[in-house]
Structure formats: structure tokens, C-alpha cells
Design a protein around this ligand. Structure first.
Ligand SMILES: CC(C)(COP(=O)(O)OP(=O)(O)OC[C@H]1O[C@@H](n2cnc3c(N)ncnc32)[C@H](O)[C@@H]1OP(=O)(O)O)[C@@H](O)C(=O)NCCC(=O)NCCS
Length: 221
């Protein structure tokens, strides 16, 4: 089996007269801990949450890094003045380059709040017990996927999702996303394009007034 590359150069774009190259990289748990403020800033800007939301999320994102099967990926930008003949970029450069997108997830398990919520939702809509067991016994929860607003609409979200899901051993991938009229936003378009189907629609997680959809598909992608 071929080993996944440690990073892949995605495309080169011009910005403010200068030139930058975008790379997709894996983040280790310690990379995530070190870069947590940058990753959370992308999340807050992408979701258009109020400033300060980062502080509420930081400990949870760190706790998630310790879960079984946790994996994270990021899109980073590196200055590059020779687009006609791209130069070699060092690992050291990539580990401190600005993050413009982040995604992570982990293996679902019965002691996790999210799984308990989803199981309750599946039971409420009358899903067959064997189907619930089949879904819950082996899935990757795609927990977060965010691209900074200035970098959205270039295919980076799809590229990060594909990198995150490549080579997973779980049978399914599940996620939750806010319901939007007509499924008319980039997140919905991306998930549909990747073949995600409805698992539960209009679901209310405990303590959140917003309606969510739980979407899923079988793996590999
Ligand atoms: C949802 C989100 C992650 C999608 O990432 P993205 O990079 O913006 O979008 P995609 O990877 O799906 O790219 C698709 C867009 O890029 C364009 N594109 C340009 N080059 C492309 C390429 N080489 N490959 C694919 N798409 C490309 C497509 O035309 C499409 O544009 P459109 O949506 O205007 O039609 C991102 O928009 C985001 O962070 N949104 C806010 C936060 C959010 O909703 N997160 C998910 C919560 S559940």
C-alpha cells in the first residue's frame, strides 16, 4: 500500500501582488495543541460566530485529540515567489505557515455525547434497531470542517475532507450540519457532492435551539 504523502501542494494563487502556495498537511495532536488559537480563529470566522467562542471551544478541541482514531488536517499558505518553477518548501515552514482551513474527526464510541444524541434521534424516528447497531458499530465522526471565508469557494473544503477520510478503516462517516432552507450553502453542496445521504433531518441536539441534519455515507469515499 502506498504511504500517504506528508503534505500535498494544492495550487498556487496570487494574493495582493505577491504569490502564495497552498498546502494540505496532517496535524498531530501536539501540532493541534500548539496551533489551536489559529485553528479556532478559522472556525469562528468560517461559522461567523462571535469573537470569544474560541475560548469556549478550546478545551473540547484538545480533549478530542485524545480520542481513538483522531485525525486532523489543515490547509496552510506559504509565500512562494517563483510560481513558474515552484521551490521546495521545508517541513519547518509548513509547521508554522498560516492556517486557512482545518478539519478533524475521530472514531465514534458509545460513551460520546454525540453518539448518544444520534442514537436517541434514530430511535425517535423509528429506525430499525439492527440499522442503528450497524451504523454505530463503525463510523468516523467528521466533527469539524472549516475554510476561512477569504479562501472559500476554491475547492479546499473538498480537498481537506478527502484527505481526512482517505484510508479510514471505519465502515461509515457521519456528521451533523445546521439545516438551511433549500440546502443552499457550500457545506450542503459539498456534502451532497461527496455522496452524503440523510440519516436524520431536523434534529435538535440537547441544549441547542437550531435544527441539524445528521448526514452519512459508507466508506471508502
Ligand atoms: C463548507 C466549506 C468547508 C466548504 O469548503 P469550500 O472550500 O468553501 O468549498 P468546496 O471545497 O466545496 O469548493 C466548492 C467551490 O469551489 C469551487 N472550486 C474552484 N476550484 C475548484 C476545484 N479545483 N475543485 C472543486 N471545487 C472548486 C467550486 O466551483 C465551488 O464553488 P461554489 O460553491 O461557488 O459553486 C466552507 O465553505 C466553510 O468553511 N463554510 C463555513 C463553515 C461551514 O459551514 N462548515 C461546515 C459546518 S458543518
Amino acid at each position: 500500500m502506498a504511504l500517504a504523502p506528508r503534505h500535498n501542494r494544492l495550487r498556487d494563487v496570487r494574493k495582493d501582488g505577491g504569490e502564495v502556495a497552498t498546502f494540505l498537511i496532517d496535524l498531530s495532536p501536539s501540532d493541534m495543541a500548539r496551533r489551536l488559537p489559529d485553528a479556532l480563529a478559522v472556525y469562528v470566522d468560517a461559522m461567523r460566530y462571535p469573537r470569544g467562542t474560541e475560548d469556549q471551544r478550546a478545551s473540547m478541541w484538545l480533549e478530542h485529540t485524545r480520542r481513538a482514531g483522531w485525525k486532523a488536517v489543515a490547509a496552510v499558505e506559504v509565500a512562494d515567489s517563483r510560481l513558474d518553477e515552484p521551490r521546495q518548501v521545508t517541513t519547518a515552514e509548513l509547521t508554522c505557515a498560516p492556517i486557512i482551513g482545518v478539519a478533524y474527526g475521530y472514531c465514534g464510541a458509545p460513551d460520546q455525547w454525540w453518539q448518544q444524541q444520534v442514537v436517541a434521534g434514530l430511535q425517535r424516528v423509528g429506525t430499525d434497531r439492527s440499522r442503528i447497531a450497524e451504523l454505530m458499530s463503525s463510523y468516523f465522526e467528521l466533527t469539524e470542517l472549516h475554510i476561512h471565508p477569504r479562501a472559500q469557494g476554491r475547492g479546499l473544503g473538498e480537498a481537506l475532507a478527502r484527505r481526512l477520510l482517505a484510508g479510514r478503516s471505519e465502515a461509515h462517516v457521519l456528521l451533523s450540519t445546521p439545516e438551511i432552507n433549500g440546502e443552499s450553502n457550500r457545506a450542503w453542496r459539498l456534502y451532497r457532492r461527496l455522496g452524503f445521504c440523510d440519516i436524520i433531518r431536523g434534529y435538535h441536539f440537547a441544549g441547542d435551539p437550531r435544527a441539524f441534519a445528521i448526514l452519512g455515507r459508507s466508506l471508502p469515499l
